[in-house]
Ligand binder design. Structure first.
Ligand SMILES: *Cc1c(COP(=O)(O)O)cnc(C)c1O
Length: 415
């Protein structure tokens, strides 16, 4: 074999360190999770060697009999999981899934409604720095000032005025249920198509903890690596009438060869998500977020929209401490072994690089087996860290407690 006989220590020692970091510190980034050993095994499989441009039964290269079976299993499982007509499991990421849908359904310059980025929308929902905002005429809707929830009346008004070809629903930093029924009603009233981007909440939907948008939307996109707990990647579900356009948009429209090792891992994750244990997991994510929100509220934090009914909490740090920006909080918490991300809050006066808020999610800690008691402990650790952020001994003390907590719930104990 031509393989080098010495291990590449430069890289693999870093992988060991990253495993250690994941096993010993708290992962509260709302878009992250820990995949199962089976998902990791499929991701690291020999399918990474195979070229398979095209779709099952219609490939451009030979040798795809087995790959076809793998991709067909993935498609069948995800259709059954969400009750969808058609599935494309090839998107390399959530962003690619979204861009492919636009490519399939729109012409450059078409008007699209998307949630404003600083109210919780995603870059691919029309940000001017993203291909979506540069190619299509995105018009934004947002949350109300009073309750910080999606304002369906405002959305309807904007839709009636702008007559969009497509309405994009879904968010990356929105702590409430997004009800698909009023979205469908608005889309029908103005003759628009409806795309629901379920990137964050796909696992909550699969587990029955949130309403399924598939019966309402023309197209549903999602990432497989967030609450769904699969490998890094994307997926598109569509009504049959859009199947051909969606498939052509992914390949040859946007991507080349699919990542069949990732598709095998998606298939494994889809089966895991169909189990009763996953249903219970999805509900525990939500219960943990509620417990964490309650704990944070008691510590004096203001929660955007007053709380959460999904897997994440958006904290407005200003009432807690006017000098503590999201950037400061993220950095100091990282030093104490608590990893989360700064995030803008609705109508944030600070830039997206600084921000006035942080986003906190429970998918990873819930996978580890933590429950409401640990969520309360985490709320108090976060508060102590931010209150006494200039005291190195406090930070060291918190880090010690974090290490102890994680030692009781290691995600990958066998390593
Ligand atoms: C995470 C996310 C995406 C993008 O997923 P990537 O895999 O990072 O490209 C798209 N839309 C929403 C709403 C997201 O939260």
């Amino acid at each position: 074999m031509p393989w080098p006989s010495v291990r590449d220590d430069e890289v693999f020692s870093l992988l060991d360190k990253e495993l250690e970091r994941q096993n010993t510190t708290l992962q509260l980034i709302a878009s992250e999770n820990f995949t199962s050993p089976a998902v990791l095994e499929a991701t690291g499989s020999v399918l990474t060697n195979k070229y398979s441009e095209g779709y099952p039964g219609k490939r451009y290269y030979g040798g795809n009999v087995i790959v076809d079976e793998v991709e067909e299993i993935a498609r069948t499982r995800v259709r059954a999981l969400f009750g969808a007509d058609h599935a494309n499991v090839q998107p390399h990421s959530g962003a690619n899934a979204n861009v492919a849908v636009y490519l399939a359904l729109l012409q450059p310059g078409d008007t699209v409604l998307g949630m404003s980025l600083d109210h919780g929308g995603h870059l691919t929902h029309g940000s001017p720095v993203n291909i979506s905002g540069r190619t299509y005429n995105f018009v934004a809707y947002g949350v109300t000032k009073s309750d910080e929830r999606i304002d369906f009346d405002q959305m309807r008004e904007v839709a009636l005025r702008e007559r969009p070809k497509l309405i994009v629903a879904g968010a990356t930093a929105y702590p409430r249920i997004i009800d698909p029924a009023p979205l469908r009603a608005i889309a029908d009233e103005v003759g628009a198509m409806l795309m629901f981007d379920a990137a964050h909440i796909a696992g909550l939907i699969a587990g029955g903890a949130h309403p399924n948008p598939v019966p309402y939307a023309d197209v549903v996109t999602f990432t497989t690596h967030k609450t769904l707990r699969g490998p890094r990647g994307g997926c598109i579900l569509a009504r049959s009438e859009y199947a051909k356009a969606i498939d052509s948009a992914i390949f040859p429209g946007l991507q080349g060869g699919p990542l069949e090792h990732a598709i095998a891992a998606k298939a494994v994750a889809f089966a895991e998500a169909a189990t009763p244990e996953f249903k219970e997991y999805a509900h525990r994510i939500v219960a943990n977020a509620s417990a964490l929100a309650e704990g944070l509220g008691e510590e004096g934090f203001r929660l955007v929209s007053g709380g959460t009914d999904n897997h994440l909490i958006l904290v407005d740090l200003r009432p807690f401490d006017a000098d503590c920006t999201g950037k400061v909080a993220q950095e100091v918490l990282d030093r104490a072994g608590i990893t989360l991300n700064r995030n803008t809050i609705p109508d944030d006066p600070r830039s997206p690089f600084v921000t006035s808020g942080v986003r906190i999610g429970t998918p990873s800690v819930t996978t580890q087996g933590m429950g409401p008691a640990e969520m309360r402990q985490i709320a108090s650790l976060i508060a102590r860290t931010l209150r006494e952020r200039d005291d190195a001994s406090v930070l060291a003390g918190v880090l010690g407690e974090v290490n102890e907590l994680c030692a009781a719930f290691p995600p990958y104990p066998e390593h």
